[in-house]
Write a protein that binds this ligand. Sequence first.
Ligand code: TRP
Length: 353
Amino acid sequence: MKKIILTADRPTGKLHVGHYIGSLKARVELQNSGEFDELYVMIADSQALTDNAGNVQKVRDHILEVALDYLACGLDPEKTCIFIQSEIPALTEMTFYYMNLVTLSRLKRNPTVKEEIKLRGFEESVPVGFLTYPISQAADITAFNANIVPVGEDQLPVIEQAREIVKTFNNLYGETLVLPEAVVPKQKSQARLVGIDGKGKMSKSLGNCIYLSDDEQTIKQKIMSMYTDPDHIKVSDPGKVEGNVVFAYLDAFIKPDSFEKYLPEYKNLEELKAHYRRGGLGDVKIKLFLNNILQEILKPIREKREKLAQNPEKIYEILFKGSEKANLVANKTMEKIKSAMGINYRKDFANKK
Ligand code: TRP
């Protein structure tokens, strides 16, 4: 079976190290492994607008920022089709037909959407577009015949809804759409990176992020201010590793040679954790260790990003070229959908002539 992969990000903020370790890094590795047939990465500006109607400028500005983050991390437009959602009209058209395959009560029950509505304080004033974004996401996926959709765990109910739409469509109109499968990050420590304050997932709205574009000083400051164990006051005190943000990050970002390079007196993370638990290991030491590891990862990304940012026209060119390619595929699927539904009047008429 062909391996067609599609994933996307909403352009509402710059990407941070949570995005990097939870998905970007794996995308680039997958891209470079060549083990796929088609790879699409979409900047979901239309979806971002479903809860940002009054904030178009923010969404607009972040299309470039997200694209810079992608390219700086190593996404290569020669191998990956990177494109902008709103550039693909067929997605909107598909969404309109898929809307007839989903009930209002089913939409309201979607746990992801429910949670997001609560988080945004929408209550009864939720925009219709926001409530229905899982339908438009089903269009994003099916337009490209994607069978593999890498997402965060919180998106699983949205992919489940897309699967339901595919099944309903195929039942009603005949086998047309490809059934997608969600893929979530394997390593728990990388799947849901906590923010530097330890209060929840790293997220722009909580102000607890380390961005891929942060400079060296900012990264260090953020690491030095990380939440650790409030009861670990003196170096000699025993410390807690669970809930300690520095250790959560070490779990996620450690590399096989990190100790040898930056902390040779320990063999591995287990040894370091044991020492911390026992007492006698200070927070500054583990923070500086983490700082070395993160700086090593982020420096080349930041430098590449700065270079790319000098030429925004070139970035848009890449996105428009990707969008053209994406349009060819999506338009073909749209034709298939219309034929299956029996609303491809022009084609039917031409065939009868
Ligand atoms: N909803 C996704 C998120 O917030 C972004 C997204 C839009 C997406 N369209 C998609 C993800 C299609 C996977 C496939 O992260």
